[in-house]
Design a protein around this ligand. Structure first.
Ligand code: NAP
Length: 312
């Protein structure tokens, strides 16, 4: 198949393109250097190829408190990118199925995180703008379905983890930040201070499990949203304990800073629909996924864990 991927240079895009190429697809892999999607004509160079699938992964965001500090820019940039990609799909590639990434942040945390509630209620305040740009992306797909008969699917991942994450110093998703801090504690004897009381709960999905599930379900999921997660969540303390066990650091040496921003108290996708559509889904056990992720951290130690001046 001919497949165009935006966000191909990102954490998910890299893993997705690798999987597509290895199953024999012809992939047009785009990062911002190949096509700056803030520009309305950025996809015109690809008009002459007839794509079967478009995976739209590009988004302007980071983890931590980034969304709290950049709501205006996030609104402009993500709305620009999404509008330009959707417009190009409708005008130049109407035969293609359009597959986008949603976010669990779009759900109202007071409601079940089930697909029928994707547009219901109010997302958490700190992620309000980012969440709504993702909702608007889905609404754009729905609108193009209604008016032009185009085909789409939206996949909503829980937090992705695994080898191959950023090494460029951007804010990290919680699990990578935990690994980084605990490894630094182990290697350099730095104090390990985690944000919040550690009782907030999070769900993870191993990156290859997400890619496998999305590839399996992309042909059959028609004009719908689908959550892809592990369906169970654990406290930050639990994740920290597993990492400590793996790297040989004393969990009791960790300090919890309850003055810091921690986001939602709990965030776990309802995966009833996923289990129904993909009954033989097998997920990578958490301890194994963490082990591989920690091994990847160690391989990239010079970028991810550089010794700072004055460290012991
Ligand atoms: N990671 C998660 O846990 C998670 C969870 C839920 C949903 N998602 C969604 O999944 C998708 C992929 O996430 P990710 O973690 O792989 O993100 P990522 O690593 O931050 O990658 C973002 C991608 O977007 C591209 N991009 C940013 N600005 C652009 C622009 N102006 N023009 C063109 N491309 C631009 C980046 O290109 P450059 O490399 O050139 O900057 C990069 O390829 C996103 O839509 C995200 O919202 C991710």
């Amino acid at each position: 198949m001919q497949i165009l991927v935006t966000g191909a240079t990102g954490f998910l895009g890299t893993a997705l393109c690798r999987a597509l190429v290895s199953r024999g697809d012809t992939v047009t892999a785009l990062g911002s250097r190949q096509a700056d999607l803030r520009q309305p004509t950025s996809l015109e160079p690809f008009n002459n190829t007839r794509y079967d699938l478009i995976y739209h992964l590009a988004a302007w965001t980071q983890a931590g408190d980034f969304c709290l500090r950049h709501p205006g820019e996030q609104w402009i940039i993500n709305q620009q990118m999404n509008t330009h990609v959707l417009t190009w799909w409708q005008k130049s590639q109407p035969q293609a199925k359009f597959i986008s990434m949603g976010t669990s942040c779009s759900y109202d945390p007071g409601m079940p995180l089930a697909e029928e509630h994707y547009l219901d209620g109010t997302p958490i305040d700190s992620l309000f703008t980012y969440a709504h740009t993702k909702r608007m992306l889905y609404i754009g797909q729905l609108a193009f379905r209604k008016q032009f008969g185009l085909r789409f699917a939206t996949f909503v991942p829980s937090t992705l983890y695994g080898p191959g994450y950023h090494t460029d110093g951007r804010q990290m998703h919680f699990i990578f930040d935990l690994i980084r801090k605990i490894l630094r504690g182990k290697l350099y004897n730095e104090p390990v201070i985690l944000w919040g009381d550690g009782h907030q709960k999070r769900e993870l999905i191993y990156i290859d499990d997400f890619v496998t599930s999305m590839l399996r379900l992309s042909p059959s999921l028609e004009n719908e949203v689908l959550n892809i997660g592990a369906g169970e969540e654990f406290s930050i303390r639990h994740f920290a304990q597993l990492i400590c066990d793996n790297v040989g650091y004393d969990f009791n040496a960790i300090r919890f800073d309850t003055t810091k921003y921690v986001g939602a108290k709990s965030k776990c996708l309802d995966i009833t629909k996923l289990r129904h559509l993909y009954p033989d889904l097998r997920l990578t056990p958490l301890s194994e996924g963490l082990s591989r992720t920690i091994a990847w951290f160690r391989e990239h130690e010079s970028k991810l864990l550089p010794r700072t001046q004055g460290a012991a």
